[in-house]
Design a protein around this ligand. Structure first.
Ligand code: PHE
Length: 333
């Protein structure tokens, strides 16, 4: 038994096989255990001798088993270390650093600037009703100004909003003045050329309070453009038309590239058009149940891609939506 067990232990190549050998010899049904069970058939005077022999054999086998087990474990550990070895002199795997999309960057910068002026953010919905996008903004069904924005209709009632101005109405319906909100989001128009995309991003602004005038708008815009384009930048208001503001203005900034003497960016004029704005039309305020004897307001709508294109010198709006990493990676403020 002893010789055979020792040979089998020595020949074991893994812990599992070793366990099998242990069971076969020392287990409940093992060979050595069988000898013990057979004690009753041994003559009483021989029993101590046989008992002694069984004990010696057991402890000898156990010692060898123990040694073999330790050796196998050490081998396994060595193999694992070998496999997990790290060469610290190897060059590290490079992790690419991502950056925010330029439109998101400008959007966040604008939100920061407006937040510092006390504006709250209202997020509207991209699907709107004809009422909120047009009618409530003093642009009824047959109004010629509807032609200014080529609209994607989803049904006679629903459409993809053409302007974040739709949010003005939601805010004024839900809240009493004083109101001071911005509303950033995607808008949709059936337009497609180098400076127009069927989907683009606007940021609406609306302030309604006692005694708000066009001067407040101009003062706020001056602050805003200095923060976006630099301290030297000023604004100029030109008369314009939007059904929901009266008077309406187109806002130009002095060219931050040439300082106003005329360059390619401002087409030699020294001014760049950046947004539309105006004093909120009384009809719009009244439609939202706001007393125009007490309150007045101003509103503006900024095209975020337009600001991004100016800021980063991008000449085609498509570059912002093609997801070409070579372009997007260059723009990280
Ligand atoms: N909604 C207008 C546009 O998309 C911009 C605007 C907003 C004008 C608010 C005046 C006041 O062109």
């Amino acid at each position: 038994i002893r010789e055979k067990a020792i040979a089998e232990i020595e020949g074991s190549d893994g812990l599992e096989r070793l366990n099998e050998v242990r069971q076969a010899v020392l287990g409940k049904k093992g060979e050595l255990t069988a000898v013990l069970k057979g004690m009753k058939d041994v003559a009483p005077e021989d029993r101590p001798k046989v008992g002694q022999w069984v004990n010696d054999t057991r402890s000898a086998i156990e010692t060898i088993l123990e040694e073999k087990m330790k050796k196998l474990e050490a081998d396994a550990l060595k193999k694992r270390y070998e496999a997990e070895k790290i060469d610290v002199t190897m060059p590290a795997v490079k992790h690419e650093k991502g950056n925010m999309h330029p439109v998101t960057q400008v959007r966040n910068q604008l939100i920061d600037i407006f937040a510092s002026m006390g504006f709250e953010v209202y997020e509207g919905t991209e699907i709107e009703t004809d009422y909120y996008n047009f009618t409530a903004l003093n642009t009824p069904q047959d109004h010629p100004a509807r032609d200014m924005q080529d609209t994607f209709y989803l049904s006679p009632e629903f459409l993809l909003r053409t302007q974040t101005s739709a949010g003005q109405i939601h805010v004024m319906e839900a809240k009493k003045p004083p109101i001071k909100i911005i509303s950033p989001g995607k808008v949709f128009r059936s337009d497609d050329d180098a400076t127009h995309s069927p989907m683009f991003t606007q940021m609406e602004g609306l302030v309604v309070d006692k005694g708000i005038t066009l001067c407040d708008l101009k003062g706020m815009l001056d602050e805003l453009v200095k923060k976006i384009f630099g301290k030297e930048t000023t604004t100029r208001l030109r008369p314009s038309y939007f059904p929901f503001t009266e008077p309406s203005v187109e806002v130009d900034v002095s060219c931050f590239q040439c300082g106003g003497c005329g360059c390619k960016l401002c087409k030699g004029t020294g001014w760049i058009e950046v947004l539309g704005a105006g004093v909120v039309n009384n009809k719009v305020l009244e439609g939202c149940g706001i007393d125009t004897n007490e309150y007045s307001g101003f509103a503006f709508g900024i095209g975020i891609e337009r600001i991004a294109m100016l800021k980063y010198g991008i000449n085609n709006i498509k570059l912002l939506f093609e997801s070409d990493m070579r372009v997007l990676k260059q723009i990280d403020d």
